[in-house]
Design a protein around this ligand. Structure first.
Ligand SMILES: Cc1cc2nc3c(=O)[nH]c(=O)nc-3n(C[C@H](O)[C@H](O)[C@H](O)COP(=O)(O)OP(=O)(O)OC[C@H]3O[C@@H](n4cnc5c(N)ncnc54)[C@H](O)[C@@H]3O)c2cc1C
Length: 805
């Protein structure tokens, strides 16, 4: 047994092996991979081994693409086979909507180098002769997809890691991770202690409980997961592509002349073992034919010869899923050196190569190498790892993997983790709620007589007219938004200004009463957050950030706080309700509920005041995300109802939701975190150079990278687009074509009701140093599921912002 290592990887499944392999490839040889029994004994050994590259997002597709390339070359590199077979995928569509989804996937593929195309039912039949096709609308072919033998991949990765210097130790169980002052110092086992500065929890379905011992939140839960294997069937050949019938929830592949078929039941079965038994190794769960029936029926509908096939095995193995279907990858907030790679949602074999590489690069380089925000542990709250929440969500989540991927699909289970104090009032006004970071948020308000329920579609949805009314109210009168889900952090102390000033590129040397719009940037100059910071006292700052960012921003501030600095960071998100009163008549409405002077001179744009509204002390900030006159009112939760009622009584403000907000901000060219502003995008590329004070004393994080980028010239820029076809519906993620060739991807899109056309944004490649205006002379189109829609580009907003009135 060793006593020291630089990195300890806990768990010898495919993911742990991949992390260890990639660390050694990056020159970190002092790695110990610890496995409680034998490599692959958890979930990995019995996986079906499918590698499907086209996922719902570009990042996910790129990670799998990375894995596939790795598994193809590992045998030569390590001398160990992986079973990689480039058999391709055939994904069939039973309905027009499903075909539309596949066309969107083909389009995503075109932006990240994954070849895919749509074929007719007849062609699908040619590729898969036993497949029934008379009920199909079409199919998608991904020629470079394939399959592997998961245990072999793991052994090959472990062999590669060993060859790179790593020690792979089996029959070693980590009982606890040791820490001191918020930093990892080692791991404890029966055999002793290994001192280390970094651990990676790759414990699969054990990861949650292990993490919990250190207060780390890993929201994973195992579900029973099934496939069946038949005896040989006439006509089944080894070269068949993997067949997926998403509408029937099933996948099918050849296995020794027969078929292996499994899938994702619409109502899944969480495994209710808590804790996971210690002895569970190379183990399976009991057969459950009743649970499997829906998959059995679906597969037989697609391949009629299955009706008479003899089933030789029904395998039921546990697999870990997460509440949003994204794996958990990255460093835990609040505990330096504690990394996690778990919760692979039945895509761990496909994802391990790319995810392992990304995590190893993060550890080696000290920062994520790319935008991994959708996967980071900082995206959830502690309550997302509570058994009650997870078990309820899991029943729905598993089925969502093959369910129709509606662009704005909301989960229906385990909702209401956090509720605004105005929730009942909003519901009474017809609110249709969505969810974000656990909060119930209003997406749109149904007019009287209309049920507040979104009817999903890829085209216009049933809320279009209602949202048009909300949009108009914000542009012409006043709209009232409940934005309570905003993240709110109090940063206080004598060193608060110096700390925030180092994180924020904008100028924070402002008097009390001012609000500053600024990014936080990483060392690459990319966005870590996009927020407003208000000075509310000499040493007190009120940081307002997006709903999804409260944990990540608090973590960012804390991890950059120098030792001994006199700063306190408190998450006050749940203490304040937020009401956004926006529109040209906002002053008029608010004046009826307050005696405060709201005049532009007394309360200018970008200022913050403590005022009394309806008898409640309120922090009011003159800001607007819709580009109109407006105030954000931060109200202590206990007074929120009173203030809402007073504003309603004042008359003239229409309740509005987040769907309206999106169209409103896009028309005005306002960028959004996680869409236009990600760790991979800089303020210069985003056209937000005005938020950077280049010469502020002490500089700021990201400055050197931005200076270098400015000197080099930009090779990509954010453009605004207005689509020519007023009926077109884009959702974001669609390819942008310039003079007929892919030049970028839309980051956001919505209908601009003032403009009467869809509006969008997206980054396009450009020649370094070429003036931005030169981009405007080309011909642009947006590829919406294979249909090209002409689009007019612009550098500035379509509807001029006028919040400063
Ligand atoms: C029926 C089925 C079919 C599947 N098909 C596919 C597929 O076709 N394609 C695909 O991509 N994915 C598939 N998967 C999913 C895939 O198997 C998993 O996502 C993947 O194996 C997860 O790997 P892992 O390394 O995270 O977990 P595991 O393989 O479970 O590894 C975790 C390891 O950590 C060890 N460990 C835990 N705690 C400790 C500790 N304290 N100390 C030391 N060691 C510890 C465990 O013993 C275990 O070996 C399938 C899963 C199932 C169940």
């Amino acid at each position: 047994m060793i006593t020291q290592a630089r990195v300890v990887v806990i768990g010898g499944g495919v993911v742990g092996a991949s992390v260890a392999y990639h660390l050694t490839r990056l020159g970190i040889a002092d790695v110990a991979l610890l496995e409680r029994r034998s490599l692959t004994c958890g979930t990995t050994w019995h996986a079906a081994g499918l590698i499907g590259r086209l996922r719902g997002t570009r990042t996910a597709s790129r990670l799998v693409d990375d894995s596939a390339r790795l598994y193809a070359r590992l045998p030569e590199e390590t001398g160990y086979a992986t079973g990689w077979k480039r058999c391709g995928s055939l994904v069939v569509a039973r309905t027009a909507e499903r075909l539309h989804q596949l066309r969107r996937y083909v389009a995503i593929g075109s932006t990240c180098g994954v070849d895919a195309h749509i074929v007719s039912p007849a062609e699908a039949r040619r590729l898969w002769p036993l497949c029934r096709v008379d009920d199909l609308a079409g199919a998608m072919v991904v020629p470079d997809d394939g399959r592997v033998i998961p245990a072999d991949v793991t052994q090959a990765l472990a062999a590669g890691a060993r060859a790179g210097g790593a020690r792979v130790l089996e029959n070693v169980t980590v009982s606890r991770v040791r820490t001191r002052d918020g930093v990892v110092t080692g791991v404890e086992m029966d055999e002793g202690i290994i001192e280390c500065e970094t651990i990676v929890n790759c414990g699969g379905m054990w990861a949650r409980a292990l993490a919990q011992r250190n207060g780390v939140v890993v929201p994973v839960w195992p579900c029973e997961h099934f496939y069946a294997v038949t005896r040989p069937i006439d006509g089944i050949t080894p070269d068949l592509p993997v067949l997926r019938d998403l509408d029937a929830c099933v996948y099918v592949r050849e296995e020794v002349g027969g078929l292996l078929f499994g899938g994702f039941e619409p109502v899944a079965k969480p495994w209710l073992a808590d804790p996971i038994p210690e002895h569970f190794a190379f183990s399976l769960l009991k057969e459950d034919w009743e649970q499997f029936e829906v998959l059995m029926r679906g597969a037989a509908e697609r391949i009629p010869s299955l009706e008479s096939a003899e089933i030789q095995l029904l395998l039921n193995g546990p697999e870990s899923f997460t509440p949003d279907g994204n794996f958990v990858l990255g460093e835990a907030p609040g505990l330096r050196g504690y990394f996690v790679a778990a919760g692979f949602n039945s895509g761990g074999i496909a994802g391990a190569g790319g995810a392992g590489r990304a995590l190893a690069e993060w550890i080696a380089g000290g920062a994520p190498p790319m935008d991994l925000t959708a996967y980071e542990p900082r995206r959830v709250l502690p309550r997302h790892a509570e058994p009650e929440f997870l078990v309820e969500r899991m029943r729905e989540l598993v089925g969502l993997h093959y369910a129709l991927a509606w662009p704005n699909r909301e989960p229906v289970s385990a909702r209401g983790v956090l509720r605004s104090p105005l929730h009942d009032r909003l519901a009474a006004r017809g609110a249709c709620f969505g969810s974000k970071m656990g909060w119930e948020r209003v997406n749109w308000f149904a007019p009287p007589g209309v049920e507040p329920r979104t009817e999903y579609a890829f085209g216009r949805q049933n809320w279009f007219a209602a949202v048009a009314g909300e949009h108009r109210a914000a542009r012409e009168g006043a709209a009232l938004f409940d934005q309570t889900s905003f993240g709110k952090l109090a940063v206080e102390g004598p060193d608060a200004q110096a700390l925030l000033g180092r994180l924020a590129p904008n100028d924070l040397d402002v008097p009390s009463g001012r609000t500053v719009y600024t990014p936080f940037l990483n060392e690459r100059g990319g966005y870590e957050s996009d927020l407003t910071i208000s000075r509310v006292g000499d040493e007190r700052w009120f940081v307002v950030t997006g709903s999804a960012q409260r944990v990540r921003d608090a973590d960012w501030i804390r991890r950059h706080t120098p030792p001994g600095a006199r700063v306190r960071v408190t998450d006050e998100t749940e203490a304040w309700a937020t009401l956004g009163l926006m529109g040209p008549r906002a002053r008029h409405v608010l004046a009826r509920a307050t005696a405060a002077d709201l005049d532009a001179a007394a309360f200018p744009f970008g200022s913050v005041r403590e005022i009394t509204v309806a008898g409640v002390a309120v922090r009011a900030i003159r800001m607007s995300y819709v580009g109109e006159l407006g105030w954000e009112l931060y109200v202590p939760v206990a007074g929120a109802g009173q203030v809402w009622d007073a504003l309603e009584r004042a008359g003239g403000a229409t309740p509005a939701g987040y769907y309206a907000l999106d169209g409103l901000r896009l028309e005005k060219g306002y960028r959004a975190w996680s869409r236009e502003l990600t760790p991979d995008d800089t303020p210069l590329e985003a056209g937000l150079g005005f938020t950077v004070r280049w010469d502020k004393p002490g500089g700021f994080i990201g400055r050197e990278a931005l200076l270098a980028q400015r000197a080099r010239g930009l090779s990509r820029r954010l453009l605004l687009f207005a689509l020519e076809d007023p009926e077109a519906v884009a959702w974001g993620d669609e390819p942008i074509l310039r003079d007929g060739r892919v030049a970028g991807t839309l980051t956001s899109a919505a209908h601009g009701h003032t403009l009467g056309r869809p509006v969008a944004m997206g980054y396009v490649a450009c020649t370094a140093g070429a003036p931005a205006e030169s981009l405007l002379s080309a011909r642009y189109e947006i590829d919406i599921a294979g249909t090209r829609i002409a689009a007019t580009p612009a550098l500035r907003a379509w509807v001029a912002p006028r919040e400063d009135r």
